[in-house]
Write a protein that binds this ligand. Structure first.
Ligand code: GLA
Length: 339
């Protein structure tokens, strides 16, 4: 039987580069995402997909092994290959992929694709989040955490998902109607993402191996590390975890000025301490935060380009003030089978 799936993208409101460090984050799933339809055919030896955003089709043998995934062409077909290779066997067939998520913009188009694929292929897994993360690792080589998958699977209309990455527990935080959330695409592509993401993650893991669980470490103790890069790295993670909690509280108390300030502080920290911003992103955040009615702004996701998330008072026509593409996003439900 034909299977149709919609998996949203996500916007991380606050808590970046904390997931792989056992920290906290507060993302939303958004109304844009990936639609996949798949028609299984017992007699087919391959899985074949056409995409409305890619010129070449993806065709993968159902017997493909993990070690062959990196050889698959075109690049987007590696996601299909990784999902098939990591599964305990899938039925062949054909299908189509449609997406209205801007690619490489920090809105998790990859995780959205991996989750939609896993569900559309009918892969039986008790851990959809972990499986989709492995698909992405195998397909791209980027050692991403579980932020994107957790938001995409557990998203809820009108709510943010406050995630604790120590145990993947989460709670819903209502996003009040009195604020609007926008994404502004910087237009900067993320070519450095692969090398710098891994490098940032390695610094964080090195610091954790010395200090232990950063949730139990104070900012004073961080000085012990001696190395300025590691000190800055931990200072960002420890303060960002605190901001996630304060941001959730500020939303609950409807203290929107404070919520906005926390976003801007997060950007400063990602830019100056964690080094994942760029001059273009810094400039965009500065321009956005100077607009009347804007409460705060920050880079969202991995950084190195991509998008800025902006929190504003309701009814602001943000596009009127910026030349970059602006998209208003709303907290939406997580991935689901449409049929
Ligand atoms: C990317 C990764 C996530 C997370 C963010 C930064 O989106 O896929 O796991 O690490 O960067 O917060």
């Amino acid at each position: 039987m034909n299977r149709s799936v919609f998996a949203p993208g996500r916007v991380n409101l606050i808590g970046d580069h904390t997931d792989y460090a056992g920290g906290l984050a507060l993302p939303i799933a958004i109304q844009l995402g990936t639609f996949i339809t798949f028609d299984p055919n017992e007699r087919s030896e391959t899985v074949l997909f056409h995409s409305d955003t890619q010129a070449q089709k993806a065709e993968v043998q159902i017997e493909i092994g993990k070690s062959q995934v990196h050889l698959v062409e075109p690049g987007w077909a590696r996601f299909v290959a990784a999902a098939v290779a990591l599964s305990n066997g899938v039925v062949g067939g054909s299908g189509s992929v449609r997406s209205n998520l801007p690619i490489g913009s920090g809105l998790s188009s990859s995780a959205s694709f991996a989750i939609a694929l896993t569900m559309a292929l009918g892969i039986d897994t008790e851990d959809l989040v972990g499986f989709a993360q492995e698909v992405e690792h195998l397909a791209t080589g980027v050692p991403c955490g579980k932020l994107d998958q957790m938001a995409i699977v557990n998203g809820k209309k009108q709510f943010g998902v406050q995630i604790d990455f120590r145990d993947l527990s989460y709670r819903y935080v209502e996003i009040p109607d009195e604020i609007d959330i926008f994404i502004v695409e910087s237009g900067e592509t993320r070519q450095l993402e692969y090398s710098n993401y891994s490098n940032r993650r390695e610094s964080a893991l090195k610091a954790i191996s010395i200090l232990g669980d950063l949730r139990k470490v104070s900012l004073d103790e961080v000085e012990k590390l001696g190395d300025i890069d590691l000190i800055n790295c931990c200072t960002h993670i420890i303060s960002e975890n605190k901001r996630v909690v304060l941001f959730g509280d500020a939303l609950s108390k409807k203290d929107f000025q404070k919520a906005g300030r926390l976003l801007s502080e997060s950007h400063w920290s990602l830019s100056h301490l964690y080094n994942v911003s760029t001059p273009i992103l810094d400039n965009l955040v500065e321009r956005a935060t100077s607009i009347n009615g804007v409460l705060g702004a920050r880079v969202t996701g991995a950084g190195f380009g991509g998008s800025v998330v902006v929190l504003s008072e309701p009814g602001l026509d943000l596009q009127q003030f910026l030349t970059e593409r602006v998209i208003k996003v709303v907290p939406s439900n997580g991935a689901n089978l449409v049929v």
